[in-house]
Design a protein around this ligand. Structure first.
Ligand code: SF4
Length: 291
């Protein structure tokens, strides 16, 4: 599928860290180096959010990216303040919840890499980097220096390329992502594969083995458990129509996702997590927040 034109427009960052709650309660903050996301996944919940409503200027989700220039400088100031208040150890940051920090604009702008350099100076209790982009490998050198304070989450929602092409046509192939996960592990970076949301896949055992071959931990999620509205947000995306046209099962069904989670849990125990509890487990140990 051909990508539509993207509006790429710099926006000076007024701040860096945002206090968080809701699905990510357990973390203290989120960090978004970009506004908008070129991957434009058909299920993306951000397309239903106030962030999109405020910034879209009439454009569709996936067709604009605003690099938040100066964000690393803002971040350094904010982390220095947390350090002075002796709060840095209790800080757990999720980068990012409403954009992909390694989408193509990062190749040029390097905002995510600049932020990582600031984290080397002021390491938080936990930094979780969420991405689906092989470009993340460029920064494994910095991530590795943060040791157990840094977790890499790599999104792998299915093992079927035909499904990926229908639902997330502008995203990197599954094979590339799995290779990126293995490279991260080789660098000593703790890597979680996030099956989030779980899309139609081949079968439990084949997908489960593929996952276990590439990541240290796994989080499985579904549209209903993970969209923050019990499935209501997903109902307003292109997903219902795409599932109906493709002859897949009801998108609301969590059965396949739960079967995969159960299988993984039997194989790797607590290293498999479900939805919100799985995403926030490590963060809660740092912040002491209860979900
Ligand atoms: S990569 Fe993440 S933020 Fe970007 S469109 Fe896909 S789901 Fe949304």
């Amino acid at each position: 599928m051909t990508k539509p034109q993207t509006l790429l427009q710099e926006r000076p960052a007024k701040g860096a860290l945002t206090r968080t709650g809701g699905f990510l309660k357990g973390f203290s903050h989120t960090l978004q180096p970009y506004i908008g996301c070129r991957f434009g996944c058909s299920y993306c919940y951000v397309s239903q959010s106030n962030v999109h409503r405020f910034y879209n200027g009439g454009m569709e989700w996936g067709s604009y990216v605003y690099p938040r220039v100066g964000i690393a400088e803002r971040l350094e100031t904010e982390l220095a303040t947390l350090h002075r208040r002796e709060a840095l150890e209790r800080t757990a940051i999720f980068m990012s919840s409403s954009t992909d920090p390694y989408q193509s604009a990062e190749q040029t702008y390097r905002l995510t890499r600049q932020c990582l350099s600031v984290f080397q100076k002021y390491p938080p209790g936990l930094l979780v980097i969420q991405t689906r982009a092989p470009l993340a490998a460029r920064d494994f050198d910095i991530m590795a220096t943060l040791e157990e304070r840094c977790l890499l989450n790599l999104t792998i929602e299915t093992d079927r390329e035909d499904v990926r092409r229908v639902l997330t046509p502008h995203c990197p192939s599954i094979q590339l992502r799995l290779e990126t996960a293995r490279q991260a592990r080789d660098h000593g970076i703790t890597t979680q594969l996030t099956v989030s949301p779980c899309l139609p896949f081949s079968d439990v055992e084949a997908f489960g083995e593929l996952i276990l071959d590439s990541g240290d931990r796994v989080i499985v999620d579904s549209y209903v458990a993970g969209d923050g509205g019990g499935g209501k947000r997903t109902a307003h995306t292109a997903i219902p129509g795409l599932y109906a046209r493709s002859g897949w099962e009801d998108w609301r069904s969590q059965e396949a996702a739960l079967s995969l989670y159960d299988w993984l849990k039997r194989r790797i125990g607590h290293r498999a997590g479900w939805s919100k509890e799985g995403f926030t487990r490590q963060a809660r140990r740092v912040t002491g927040k209860v979900c």
